[in-house]
Design a protein. Structure first.
Length: 249
């Protein structure tokens, strides 16, 4: 039965799904699959939430746009799980706040502080630490290192507000060991963990490209990567995710 937002049937998506927020990035992933965009099957274009299925080095892979923020990510993941997706990797961008993190770096999230309304709604306000799957996360780390890239590895915070004007916003979370702000991982990790707890073989992980850094001296606009550099950095991230997803657990 087709889902409300992902106009697809069970079997249309591969067990492995990469989740970019940006539909243009979904197209770029599809172009990197075997045979390129022309050989990738368009599964969904409803609301421009583009989804494609193809293969990477012979292994079935899908990519599905998640949109921005946990409300959109939650809808997409809930429906993907109903359609048979079992390995979910968020590929996105983030604002770096950890000490020494620079634009263009890769961040592999081990957990996501749920500073968002969607995850809090699922949890009814109860304390909970949404965490990534260890084995899939390790595959991302190993994949990055195999390319000569040492990712920053640790906790991120999933937030609802991009343009936050609190003066201590970055320093407060930096002091808690958070590496970066992003907007979707907490809901992804929670929903995958819930499915696994119910007995499904579901794993989720998250790899991010640092598009800007937040500090007490500079704003995101002042540090945001030029688009050409951001595209090169995200392409490297996508390659790591494809390798990790197709060779990992």
């Amino acid at each position: 039965m087709p889902q409300i937002h992902l106009r697809a049937e069970e079997g249309d998506y591969a067990p492995l799904v990469l989740l970019p927020g940006d539909p243009n990035r979904a197209k770029r992933v599809a172009a990197m699959l075997d045979g390129g965009l022309e050989q990738s099957r368009l599964i969904n274009d409803h609301r421009l939430m583009l989804g494609y299925t193809g293969s990477y080095k012979g292994v079935p892979v899908s990519v599905q746009t998640s949109g921005m923020g946990t409300p959109s990510m939650a809808i997409v993941v809930e429906e993907l799980l109903r359609l048979g997706a079992r390995r979910l990797i968020r590929i996105g961008t983030c604002g770096g706040i950890g000490r020494g993190i620079r634009t263009g770096d890769l961040v592999v999230a081990t957990a996501a502080a749920p500073v968002d309304g969607t995850t809090r709604t699922y949890l009814h306000g109860e304390a909970y630490a949404p965490a990534a799957d260890f084995e899939l996360t390790r595959s991302l780390v190993d994949g990055a290192r195999a390319r000569g890239v040492q990712p920053a590895i640790g906790q991120v915070a999933s937030v609802d507000v991009f343009y936050n004007t609190d003066e201590d916003y970055a320093s407060r979370w930096r002091g808690r060991g958070v590496l970066a702000f992003e907007m979707e991982a907490a809901a992804l990790f929670f929903l995958a963990s819930r499915a696994a707890a119910a007995g499904a073989d579901v794993r989720a992980a998250c790899i991010l490209t640092v598009s800007d850094v937040l500090s007490e001296e500079l704003t995101p606009e002042e540090t945001y990567l030029p688009l050409s550099e951001l595209e090169a950095a995200t392409e490297r991230m996508i390659e790591v995710a494809l390798e990790a997803g197709t060779t990992g657990p």
